[in-house]
Design a protein around this ligand. Sequence first.
Ligand SMILES: [Zn+2]
Length: 119
Amino acid sequence: MSNHRQRNTVISIALTLIAFVLFVSVSLFEELADSSMMIMVVGLLLLAASWVVYFLPGRSAPKEEVENVITVISCKSCGQIEERSFVQGDYVFKDMGQCKKCSGPSYIKSIYSISHKKE
Ligand SMILES: [Zn+2]
């Protein structure tokens, strides 16, 4: 995760340096005067690209810390408690059909999340 960030920073600095070298070349070498406009444009594009590389990943990258959501299913008759991963559509007090143990009515007792940070 931090390696990814570091690599982007390095790419960003490299692009900025290349753009800088292009700008300096244009002003130093008169032979480049003919294509100076094009080199300037390329330099500006590189600068823009370096900013995009530097800022985009930090903004759009998903959080590295994955939260694991657990659904607790409980039986009204025997009190049997079962935990499983959260499934889309789960909500507290949702009717979960027959209990595996006693065939009584079971429902979602609670939903909680645990962080993977400590593992
Ligand atoms: Zn039961």
